[in-house]
Design a protein around this ligand. Structure first.
Ligand SMILES: Nc1ncnc2c1ncn2[C@@H]1O[C@H](COP(=O)(O)OP(=O)(O)OP(=O)(O)O)[C@@H](O)[C@H]1O
Ligand SMILES: [Mg+2]
Length: 526
């Protein structure tokens, strides 16, 4: 039995077509084991007895698709295969051909369930967008592969398919450039439209047909091949603002006495996003390249050298210490390495110091909720996006980056969304409530699918727990403001946690004198 979800919804190998039980099966097949109560409320929010409705659906599944679903009194799981999972595996393995064969169309494209819960709807849309984004990337890569062999018209067809792929997220400038290169090389009729889209991002393409072909002809190879910016990861949403910070970081990294710059700030403030943008912007500036090393999922700092090696495309040999192999490879190369999300590895920062010590032309840009506390380090604390003051004239308020981000993300959640004069003051209030924190703005904006801006603002006023997401392609750390807070909390020592508990009486921030009075806080602790 296999679930086919790309381009429709059916269970191959079973004679069963009821949509809701199949959707339930899809959900647990993709998301893993789930509580009965969670599923019941997600799928039957308006039923008189949601748990009963769930039991009925499970009974149908057991009867018509025996073995597809397993459940006990508390949980439901499924071991049935799903084309979306196989597709993602093929993408990860770099097998574009197989991935595209599996991608028969948008995730659950044909299903319609009147009266389903908003969370479930968001899950379907989020998953659809995520998978379409991966399919688009596979199309772009396939186009680049055939172009490397001189088959430019075929490459342009891949580019066109990528450009017009239904359900895919907005094109990031970096991916837009890659698609544009493919279309230019193969003289696609879609070029004028793409140029216009690019203008919306403030990008003006000026390279010629020949230059595009020249660039694509360069052979593709190992993991770190491709043009400098192709080596870097991309994100599925547009980047907003931060002009001043971008200039400051570029400036700082130019200085000979600055080899380590750390971007610090609370979770969700945009450190990683900004660092990635810097990496793209500076990708041509360093002779030996700019590399982005995500460390978020790393269990221990001792694994940092092998992560760097992986990103550099350096295959480690034998039992020699990975650190030695990496430093030998980097040597005196002029390189920028972005070490992203270092905060949980702070117990061992000597690796960073040693790396700089032996690699004289290496520059490091680190993102971390806390600074590394190294002698070589320059620290740049990052704050939320610019927020308008209250009662600013609407025209001026809408120019602020926080409001722009809100409007952009709201439009993604609901295409018909417009930031009208009536909605604007409430959107401003939301941005102020989350202090311009991009993650908070994104979580809030996703709700425009169901609520007016005024209602969203009221909900946040009530509790920030309201700011949660059900999107699949959001990391656990960023699923809610609470998750971000708990992540930061875990990084504190028990002493710091105790202090913060006492300080929580100051909900609007605190002055040092008052803190000392109430909590006995010392300056190093603060
Ligand atoms: N300037 C920006 N333009 C558009 N989106 C942004 C911007 N800054 C941040 N975001 C979005 O906000 C969310 C949080 O950003 P990011 O992951 O960079 O936070 P962070 O500070 O690295 O958090 P953490 O400490 O948890 O790693 C992401 O979805 C990111 O895409
Ligand atoms: Mg980060």
């Amino acid at each position: 039995m296999e679930l086919v979800t790309l381009g429709g919804l059916k269970l191959d190998g079973a004679d069963f077509v009821r949509v809701k039980p199949l959707l339930l099966l899809t959900y647990v097949a993709l998301e893993g084991t789930r509580d009965r109560r969670h599923l019941a409320e997600l799928f039957w929010p308006d039923a008189a007895d949601p748990l009963n409705s769930l039991a009925a659906a499970l009974k149908q599944l057991r009867r018509y698709a025996p073995g597809a679903v397993e459940s006990n009194s508390a949980r439901v799981s499924s071991a049935v295969g799903c084309d979306a999972t196989t597709f993602l595996r093929a993408v990860e393995a770099g097998d574009q051909e197989r991935a595209l064969k599996l991608y028969q169309g948008p995730f659950l494209s044909s299903i319609y369930l009147p009266g389903w819960s908003a969370e479930l709807e968001e899950w379907v849309y989020g998953t659809r967008e995520f998978l379409a984004g991966r399919a688009r990337n596979a199309l772009v890569r396939s186009g680049e592969q055939v172009a490397a062999n001189g088959r430019f018209e075929e490459a342009a067809k891949y580019g066109e398919a990528a450009y017009t792929l239904p359900g895919a997220p907005e094109l990031e400038p970096e991916e837009l450039t890659r698609v544009y290169t493919l279309l230019t090389a193969g003289d696609s009729p879609h070029l004028p439209r793409l140029r216009k889209d690019a203008q919306g991002y403030g990008i003006k393409f000026s390279f010629s047909h020949e230059a595009a072909r020249e660039q694509l002809r360069r052979p593709l190879g190992g993991p770190s091949s491709g043009t400098p910016s192709q080596r870097l990861p991309t994100r599925g949403t547009s980047f907003i603002g931060r002009d001043i910070e971008l200039a400051e970081i570029a400036n700082q990294l130019e200085k000979p006495d600055c080899s380590l710059l750390t971007l610090t700030g609370p979770g969700g403030v945009g450190k990683s996003r900004l660092a990635l943008r810097v990496a793209h912007d500076l990708s041509e500036r360093y002779l030996d390249g700019v590399y982005f090393v995500p460390l978020e999922a790393l269990g221990h700092a001792s694994l940092v050298p092998s992560s760097i090696a992986g990103i550099l495309g350096l295959s480690l040999q034998g039992s020699e210490d990975p650190f030695i192999q990496v430093t030998r490879y980097v040597g005196d190369k002029a390189m920028l390495l972005v070490l992203d999300n270092y905060e949980h590895l702070l117990e061992s920062v000597t690796i960073v110091a040693q790396l700089l010590h032996v690699c004289p032309n290496l520059k490091l840009l680190v993102t971390s909720r806390e600074h590394l506390n190294l002698e070589e380090e320059w620290v740049m604390p990052l704050e939320g996006l610019a927020v308008p003051t209250e009662n600013l004239p609407p025209a001026e308020a809408s120019y602020h980056d926080a409001v722009k981000l809100f409007a952009g993300r709201a439009k993604r959640a609901r295409l018909s969304f417009e930031l009208t004069l009536e909605e604007l003051p409430h959107a401003v209030r939301i941005c102020r409530q989350v202090r311009g924190l991009p993650l908070g703005i994104e979580l809030a904006a996703a709700w425009v699918k169901m609520l007016s801006c005024q209602e969203i603002a009221q909900e946040i006023e009530h509790t920030t727990d309201f700011l949660t997401s059900t999107r699949r392609n959001v990391s656990e750390r960023h699923k809610s403001i609470r998750a971000v807070f708990e992540g930061s909390w875990r990084l504190l020592t028990p002493k710091e946690q105790g202090l913060l508990r006492k300080l929580s009486v100051f909900s609007g921030g605190f002055k040092r004198e008052a803190a000392t009075e109430v909590a006995g806080a010392t300056i190093p602790l603060l």
